[in-house]
Design a binder for this molecule. Structure first.
Ligand code: FAD
Length: 304
């Protein structure tokens, strides 16, 4: 199927301004690296999304959903097929009593801020995570002892046939940085979260404390995808890396942050290969010293 044909078909589904061709992925991920996606589209409605999915499936065209791109590393050769970005258009939310309903593209920071405004407690941990609700549910994002699993009641999803269905918290099979989406190609459309009534000043204080911990401990002034590796059971990835003497190790444009060894950062001019090569060195060194194989938390996508 030619790119011209795919473009014409996408034009039948989406507005022209919401279809990008040969779109540099570095513009869409927090690591600020990565080659172009053949197509990057931004459906405005669930109907448009379903049509794109059905078209891709029928034409055997690979597709991929992204939220805010804050847990992704796209390789330098870019991504073949269609990247579907939900962060701009799927961002409505509403609060009724203790219940917050939000679309998958809503940013956790905005949801957290609005929980605070309504004196609702439960999302304090999430307010500083730079992702969308969809990405957070896919990964069961968490911080400071909280995780999405603790607040989500139910999730509306779309399958690869474009059909919509709902799963309960239990059916989402949340685990540490995992959910049912780690195995199934479902798309999160929206979710219902149940929060608790709290005290506005106390919620604010907790959020400020978490924000303060992030600014003092994390290299937030450099592009990254947060923690590069998952926490191995019984250990902390950052401590293992530090104990190997890798703090500040620099490879071309990539560095093991000297502020927080759990973060590989882009010092400004890195490409994806620099970051991947450095990650490989970190993994091999930790494995050689401690016999522990670190597992990537960041999702690696695309072609070399
Ligand atoms: P993306 O990075 O766009 O995507 C991540 C995965 O989710 C991909 O597999 C994608 O296909 C999938 N996905 C996205 N949207 C959907 C959807 N609607 N339906 C189905 N699948 C979808 N993470 C933490 O858990 N805790 C932290 O404290 C934390 N701190 C961070 C700090 C920094 C500075 C940075 C850069 C990142 C941090 N992260 C943290 C990582 C990241 O922000 C989270 O994993 C976040 O939940 C990812 O959301 P996203 O919208 O950016 O998802």
């Amino acid at each position: 199927m030619s790119k011209e044909f795919i473009y014409r078909e996408l034009l039948n589904i989406l507005e022209e301004e919401n279809i990008k061709v040969e779109e540099p992925m570095k513009k869409h991920i927090s690591f600020r690296v990565g080659g172009p996606a053949d197509f990057l589209v931004k459906p405005k409605t669930e109907e448009e999304l379903s049509k794109v999915i059905k078209f891709a499936k029928k034409g055997n065209i690979p597709y991929l959903i992204i939220g805010n791109g804050s847990n992704l590393l796209v390789k330098d050769g870019g991504i073949r097929g269609i990247v579907i970005e939900l962060s701009d258009n799927f961002n409505n939310y509403e609060i009724e009593g203790k219940v917050m309903k939000a679309q998958s593209g809503a940013l956790l920071a905005i949801l957290g801020r609005n929980a605070l405004k309504n004196s609702l407690t439960g999302l304090e941990f999430a307010a500083g995570i730079p992702g969308t609700l969809g990405g957070a549910l896919a990964m069961n994002a968490g911080a400071y002892g909280g995780e999405m699993k603790n607040v989500v009641k139910s999730v509306r999803l779309m399958n690869t046939d474009g059909d919509i269905f709902e799963l309960s918290n239990e059916d989402m099979k949340f685990e540490y940085r995992k959910s049912i989406l780690s195995k199934e190609d479902y798309i999160v459309l929206s979710a219902v979260m149940e929060l608790q009534e709290g005290n506005c000043d106390e919620i604010k204080k907790i959020m400020e404390d978490y924000a303060n911990r992030r600014t003092t401990k994390q290299p937030l002034n450099f592009p990254s995808a947060g923690s590069t590796f998952k926490r191995p059971e019984g250990y902390f990835a950052a401590k293992l890396i530090d104990d190997c003497g890798l703090r500040g190790l620099t490879l071309r444009g990539a560095q093991v942050s000297d502020k927080h060894c759990g973060f590989v950062i882009n010092m400004g001019e890195a490409n994806a290969k620099d970051i991947l090569d450095l990650m490989f060195i970190v993994k091999s060194t930790v494995n050689a010293k401690f016999d522990i194989m670190l597992e990537e938390e960041v999702k690696i996508l695309g072609e070399d």
